[in-house]
Design a protein around this ligand. Structure first.
Ligand code: PRP
Ligand code: ADE
Length: 179
Protein backbone atom coordinates (compact mmCIF):
# COMPACT_ATOMS: atom_id res chain seq x y z
CA UNK A 1 0.00 0.00 0.00
CA UNK A 2 1.36 3.39 -0.96
CA UNK A 3 1.62 5.83 1.93
CA UNK A 4 1.16 8.69 -0.53
CA UNK A 5 -2.13 7.25 -1.86
CA UNK A 6 -3.34 6.70 1.67
CA UNK A 7 -2.48 10.28 2.60
CA UNK A 8 -4.40 11.60 -0.41
CA UNK A 9 -7.49 9.63 0.64
CA UNK A 10 -7.29 10.50 4.34
CA UNK A 11 -6.96 14.21 3.59
CA UNK A 12 -10.25 14.14 1.67
CA UNK A 13 -12.50 12.82 4.41
CA UNK A 14 -14.01 15.56 6.59
CA UNK A 15 -15.77 15.34 9.92
CA UNK A 16 -19.16 16.68 10.99
CA UNK A 17 -19.93 16.31 14.71
CA UNK A 18 -23.51 15.51 15.73
CA UNK A 19 -24.76 14.49 12.29
CA UNK A 20 -27.30 13.05 11.63
CA UNK A 21 -27.86 12.69 15.39
CA UNK A 22 -26.22 14.02 18.56
CA UNK A 23 -23.08 12.04 19.45
CA UNK A 24 -22.40 10.76 15.90
CA UNK A 25 -19.21 12.02 14.24
CA UNK A 26 -20.09 11.86 10.54
CA UNK A 27 -17.20 11.00 8.19
CA UNK A 28 -18.05 12.81 4.97
CA UNK A 29 -16.55 11.52 1.70
CA UNK A 30 -17.81 14.44 -0.43
CA UNK A 31 -14.32 16.02 -0.77
CA UNK A 32 -12.90 12.65 -1.86
CA UNK A 33 -15.48 12.29 -4.62
CA UNK A 34 -14.78 15.84 -5.80
CA UNK A 35 -11.03 15.23 -6.13
CA UNK A 36 -10.23 12.89 -9.05
CA UNK A 37 -6.70 12.21 -7.87
CA UNK A 38 -7.80 11.24 -4.36
CA UNK A 39 -10.74 9.21 -5.68
CA UNK A 40 -8.41 7.35 -8.06
CA UNK A 41 -6.04 6.66 -5.16
CA UNK A 42 -8.95 5.17 -3.17
CA UNK A 43 -9.92 2.89 -6.06
CA UNK A 44 -6.25 1.97 -6.64
CA UNK A 45 -5.95 0.83 -3.02
CA UNK A 46 -9.16 -1.20 -3.17
CA UNK A 47 -8.13 -2.78 -6.47
CA UNK A 48 -4.65 -3.65 -5.16
CA UNK A 49 -6.17 -5.37 -2.13
CA UNK A 50 -8.63 -7.45 -4.17
CA UNK A 51 -6.01 -8.48 -6.75
CA UNK A 52 -3.57 -9.40 -3.99
CA UNK A 53 -6.05 -11.50 -1.99
CA UNK A 54 -8.43 -13.05 -4.51
CA UNK A 55 -7.56 -15.02 -7.62
CA UNK A 56 -11.11 -15.23 -8.98
CA UNK A 57 -14.04 -12.89 -8.32
CA UNK A 58 -17.42 -13.16 -10.05
CA UNK A 59 -19.17 -10.03 -8.76
CA UNK A 60 -18.71 -6.91 -6.73
CA UNK A 61 -21.88 -6.34 -4.69
CA UNK A 62 -22.44 -2.73 -3.61
CA UNK A 63 -24.52 -1.57 -0.66
CA UNK A 64 -27.16 1.12 -1.19
CA UNK A 65 -26.32 3.94 -1.52
CA UNK A 66 -22.73 4.95 -0.93
CA UNK A 67 -21.44 1.51 -1.87
CA UNK A 68 -22.70 2.38 -5.36
CA UNK A 69 -20.09 5.15 -5.60
CA UNK A 70 -17.15 2.76 -5.28
CA UNK A 71 -18.49 -0.63 -6.37
CA UNK A 72 -19.07 -0.13 -10.09
CA UNK A 73 -15.73 1.64 -10.56
CA UNK A 74 -13.90 -1.17 -8.76
CA UNK A 75 -15.82 -3.82 -10.72
CA UNK A 76 -14.78 -2.15 -14.00
CA UNK A 77 -11.14 -2.13 -12.89
CA UNK A 78 -11.36 -5.85 -12.13
CA UNK A 79 -13.30 -6.64 -15.29
CA UNK A 80 -16.21 -8.20 -13.38
CA UNK A 81 -19.90 -7.40 -12.98
CA UNK A 82 -21.56 -5.26 -10.32
CA UNK A 83 -24.74 -6.14 -8.45
CA UNK A 84 -26.94 -3.95 -6.25
CA UNK A 85 -27.96 -4.60 -2.66
CA UNK A 86 -30.73 -2.06 -2.15
CA UNK A 87 -32.81 -0.54 0.59
CA UNK A 88 -36.25 -2.15 0.76
CA UNK A 89 -38.87 -1.51 -1.92
CA UNK A 90 -36.58 -0.46 -4.79
CA UNK A 91 -36.11 -3.72 -6.70
CA UNK A 92 -38.63 -5.39 -9.04
CA UNK A 93 -39.22 -9.12 -9.29
CA UNK A 94 -38.65 -11.77 -6.65
CA UNK A 95 -36.44 -10.54 -3.81
CA UNK A 96 -34.85 -11.66 -0.56
CA UNK A 97 -34.71 -9.23 2.36
CA UNK A 98 -33.01 -8.87 5.74
CA UNK A 99 -33.66 -6.22 8.41
CA UNK A 100 -30.85 -4.68 10.44
CA UNK A 101 -29.83 -1.98 12.91
CA UNK A 102 -27.32 0.75 12.03
CA UNK A 103 -25.48 3.43 14.01
CA UNK A 104 -28.51 5.73 13.81
CA UNK A 105 -31.60 3.69 12.98
CA UNK A 106 -33.32 0.59 11.65
CA UNK A 107 -33.66 -0.46 7.99
CA UNK A 108 -34.09 -3.37 5.57
CA UNK A 109 -31.90 -4.49 2.65
CA UNK A 110 -32.99 -6.42 -0.42
CA UNK A 111 -31.54 -8.24 -3.43
CA UNK A 112 -33.20 -9.78 -6.45
CA UNK A 113 -33.36 -13.52 -5.89
CA UNK A 114 -31.60 -14.25 -9.20
CA UNK A 115 -28.88 -11.62 -8.75
CA UNK A 116 -26.14 -14.25 -8.25
CA UNK A 117 -26.04 -18.04 -8.71
CA UNK A 118 -25.21 -20.44 -5.86
CA UNK A 119 -21.43 -20.78 -5.51
CA UNK A 120 -20.57 -17.54 -7.28
CA UNK A 121 -17.76 -15.60 -5.64
CA UNK A 122 -18.79 -12.19 -4.35
CA UNK A 123 -17.01 -9.25 -2.72
CA UNK A 124 -19.21 -6.83 -0.79
CA UNK A 125 -18.38 -3.13 -0.82
CA UNK A 126 -19.55 -0.05 1.05
CA UNK A 127 -18.08 3.35 1.88
CA UNK A 128 -18.03 2.86 5.62
CA UNK A 129 -18.34 0.26 8.36
CA UNK A 130 -19.74 1.55 11.66
CA UNK A 131 -21.60 -1.01 13.81
CA UNK A 132 -21.38 -3.50 10.95
CA UNK A 133 -25.16 -4.01 10.94
CA UNK A 134 -25.56 -3.03 7.28
CA UNK A 135 -22.66 -5.15 6.02
CA UNK A 136 -23.76 -8.10 8.12
CA UNK A 137 -27.27 -7.88 6.66
CA UNK A 138 -25.70 -7.83 3.18
CA UNK A 139 -23.69 -10.96 4.07
CA UNK A 140 -26.89 -12.64 5.25
CA UNK A 141 -28.57 -11.77 1.96
CA UNK A 142 -25.71 -13.19 -0.10
CA UNK A 143 -25.69 -16.28 2.11
CA UNK A 144 -29.44 -16.72 1.43
CA UNK A 145 -28.55 -16.82 -2.28
CA UNK A 146 -25.76 -19.33 -1.47
CA UNK A 147 -23.09 -17.04 -2.90
CA UNK A 148 -19.52 -17.51 -1.68
CA UNK A 149 -18.57 -14.34 0.20
CA UNK A 150 -14.85 -13.77 -0.37
CA UNK A 151 -14.45 -10.47 1.43
CA UNK A 152 -16.14 -7.36 2.79
CA UNK A 153 -14.36 -4.15 1.79
CA UNK A 154 -14.95 -0.56 2.88
CA UNK A 155 -13.15 2.69 2.48
CA UNK A 156 -13.60 3.69 6.15
CA UNK A 157 -13.78 1.56 9.29
CA UNK A 158 -14.89 3.07 12.61
CA UNK A 159 -12.77 0.70 14.73
CA UNK A 160 -14.23 1.68 18.09
CA UNK A 161 -17.65 0.31 17.08
CA UNK A 162 -16.10 -3.15 16.50
CA UNK A 163 -18.16 -3.80 13.38
CA UNK A 164 -15.56 -6.29 12.09
CA UNK A 165 -16.48 -8.62 14.98
CA UNK A 166 -20.09 -8.70 13.78
CA UNK A 167 -18.99 -9.84 10.32
CA UNK A 168 -17.10 -12.92 11.48
CA UNK A 169 -16.31 -15.39 9.96
CA UNK A 170 -16.21 -13.11 6.91
CA UNK A 171 -13.05 -10.99 6.60
CA UNK A 172 -13.00 -7.19 6.44
CA UNK A 173 -10.59 -4.94 4.60
CA UNK A 174 -10.63 -1.18 5.17
CA UNK A 175 -8.51 1.50 3.56
CA UNK A 176 -8.82 3.98 6.46
CA UNK A 177 -9.36 3.25 10.12
CA UNK A 178 -10.60 5.66 12.80
CA UNK A 179 -10.41 4.94 16.56
C1 PRP B 1 -24.23 4.33 6.07
C2 PRP B 1 -22.99 3.81 5.40
C3 PRP B 1 -23.11 2.34 5.60
C4 PRP B 1 -23.80 2.23 6.95
C5 PRP B 1 -22.80 1.85 8.00
O1 PRP B 1 -25.30 4.19 5.22
O2 PRP B 1 -22.95 4.19 4.03
O3 PRP B 1 -23.91 1.71 4.61
O4 PRP B 1 -24.36 3.51 7.23
O5 PRP B 1 -23.41 1.75 9.27
P1 PRP B 1 -23.43 0.41 10.11
O6 PRP B 1 -22.09 -0.23 9.97
O7 PRP B 1 -23.71 0.87 11.51
O8 PRP B 1 -24.52 -0.46 9.60
P2 PRP B 1 -26.74 4.81 5.48
O9 PRP B 1 -27.63 3.74 6.02
O10 PRP B 1 -26.61 6.07 6.26
O11 PRP B 1 -27.28 5.09 4.01
P3 PRP B 1 -26.71 5.83 2.73
O12 PRP B 1 -25.50 5.05 2.24
O13 PRP B 1 -27.85 5.70 1.79
O14 PRP B 1 -26.35 7.24 3.10
N1 ADE C 1 -22.71 5.68 8.52
C1 ADE C 1 -22.84 5.19 9.76
N2 ADE C 1 -22.10 5.89 10.63
C2 ADE C 1 -21.49 6.86 9.90
C3 ADE C 1 -20.58 7.88 10.22
N3 ADE C 1 -20.16 8.06 11.47
N4 ADE C 1 -20.13 8.69 9.22
C4 ADE C 1 -20.56 8.50 7.95
N5 ADE C 1 -21.42 7.55 7.59
C5 ADE C 1 -21.87 6.73 8.56
Amino acid sequence: MSAEQLRLVRERVRDFPDFPARGVLFRDITPLLKDPEAFRAAIDLLEAHVKDKHRRVDFIAGLDSRGFLFGPVLAQRLGVGFVMIRKKGKLPGRTESVSYTLEYGQAELEVQSDTVEPGQKVILIDDLLATGGTMRAACELMSKLKAEILDCVVLIELKFLKGADLLKPFPLYSVLQYD
